[in-house]
Design a protein around this ligand. Structure first.
Ligand code: PHE
Length: 450
């Protein structure tokens, strides 16, 4: 099944950088803090960690294995491994998720460009909470400016994907990911020395179990899938480029660990500032864009840190957006035998157009679906419905319909390495993951009331 001419990752570090690059993104630094802020802090964190451990990691392991077995894009993977069965829709759900996520992802990443320029121009000097709020709202409702940056970001994404896996995705991820870690740690050190840092930290880490509701679990689940890039075939696609020598179990654990660590580090960078400067933790999607400039404005050489931070947020976004675009590009290239170049350009244009609508829906124009702006709708639909739906189907497929021996053979590299917790893994695929996701769906569709 393996074709020699197919592009792929060239080293272990390359695989981890690219997969962690996919996982670590705006989801960690932009989305995680505002979702945790909206959902009561520490109570959410613990549910989130449980979701990563019991649902996210197994799905990541499963996706890597299926991709490496089939050695093709996510849609063809299911078509080949589950011909003529309902499971072939998993790939298409993934395709739709990729389209939805990339549409709003580009908008948020585009905001970073504008914040980079603002850092350079000194606009964040002596910032008050009101002013920070105003700057953010003026930007996102600004019409042309956010659209311009969104399109620029999408073309940057397309540019990297054009070069393929080894010379594009892997090469850039290896340079950009270590930088991200260094900067976030520097920011954390500054944040925890702010006046009311302890309030922020206790908001983040104080586990108040009474605050856990079914909605908390629902949001945590969606965030875990979004953050780990699972449920839509990204890791199947990346898995198809991983060499047969790599250990998929340790790769998954490393990626999930790095991803969770960065989410927590982002929380530590943001909440002390939120509490020190009196920002409402549940103020939504602007949280990172409003609170962090305030931290920077109070820092020695704050403009430089602000600049670095938004460059790195952009970078984190970029190493994720390339993985999302790759899902679509790999499918069209392989299934229709069209050149990577043509497909990448065309897909970039189409997704950019949807991104324009997202951007406009933030206030410049009223573009609502079910009472949510188009952008919020795509954000919610993808993380909270499409990714869990993809994940439940992948889980049932592996648990009940796929050859268990072949699956284990793939994870043990043909018996060469150990696979601990085999039975636990299959218990999760067969019962736990389908059960938890079903309950959450049924509750949310108002079919059951818990
Ligand atoms: N995991 C990425 C983030 O945290 C987003 C993403 C979702 C990437 C789904 C690929 C697939 O920002």
């Amino acid at each position: 099944m393996e074709s020699n001419s197919r592009d792929g990752f060239s080293s272990k570090i390359g695989v981890i950088a690219a997969a962690a690059g996919s996982a670590i993104g705006l989801g960690n630094i932009w989305r995680f803090p505002y979702i945790i802020g909206d959902n009561g802090g520490g109570a959410f964190l613990i549910v989130y960690l449980l979701c990563v451990l019991t649902l996210g990691i197994p799905i990541m392991i499963g996706e890597f294995a299926l991709g490496r077995i089939s050695r093709v894009n996510a849609i063809a993977t299911f078509r080949n491994l589950a011909p003529k069965s309902i499971f072939s829709i998993v790939g298409y759900i993934g395709l739709l998720s990729a389209f939805c996520i990339l549409s709003f992802y580009g908008v948020v990443a585009g905001w970073c460009f504008s914040y980079i320029l603002k850092s350079l121009s000194g606009e964040f000097n002596n910032l008050t909470a009101d002013k920070a709020d105003l700057i953010f709202n003026n930007l996102i409702t600004g019409g042309l400016e956010p659209i311009f940056w969104q399109v620029a970001f999408m073309f940057l994404t397309g540019f990297i994907v054009l070069f393929g896996i080894k010379n594009g995705i892997e090469k850039y991820s290896k340079i950009l990911m270590p930088l991200l870690f260094i900067i976030i740690i520097i920011l954390d050190i500054r944040a925890i020395t702010l006046a009311n840092a302890s309030d922020g930290l206790s908001f983040l880490f104080k586990f108040d179990f009474s605050k856990i509701t079914l909605n908390t679990i629902f949001m945590a689940l969606g965030q875990a899938f979004f953050s780990l890039s699972v449920g839509m075939g990204t890791m199947i696609t990346y898995g198809s480029y991983i060499s047969k020598k790599e250990n998929l179990l340790t790769t998954s654990l490393n990626v999930a660990f790095a991803d969770t660590l960065v989410a927590i580090l982002a929380g530590i960078a943001i909440f002390p500032a939120v509490f020190t400067f009196g920002i409402d933790p549940s103020s939504g999607a602007g949280l990172a864009f409003i609170s962090l400039p305030m931290v920077f404005s109070k820092m020695f050489m704050g403009n430089i840190f602000s600049l670095l931070f938004f460059i790195l947020l952009l970078v984190a976004g970029l190493t994720s957006s390339i993985s999302i675009l790759e899902v679509i590009v790999a499918f069209i290239c392989e299934d229709f035998s069209i050149s990577r170049k043509k497909v990448t350009i065309l897909t970039t244009i189409i997704v950019s157009l949807s991104g324009v609508i997202c951007s406009l829906s933030n206030g410049f124009m009223k573009i609502d679906i079910f009472n949510h702006s188009y952008m919020d709708f795509l954000n919610y639909l993808s993380s909270n419905f499409l990714l869990p739906l993809g994940a439940i189907l992948i889980s049932i497929f592996i648990g009940f319909c796929f050859d268990k021996k072949l699956f284990i053979k793939e994870l043990t590299n043909n018996g060469e390495i150990e696979l601990p917790f085999k039975n636990l893994l299959f218990f999760l695929f067969k019962f736990f993951i389908p059960f938890i996701i079903s309950i959450i769906f049924l509750q949310n569709l108002n079919i059951i009331k818990l």
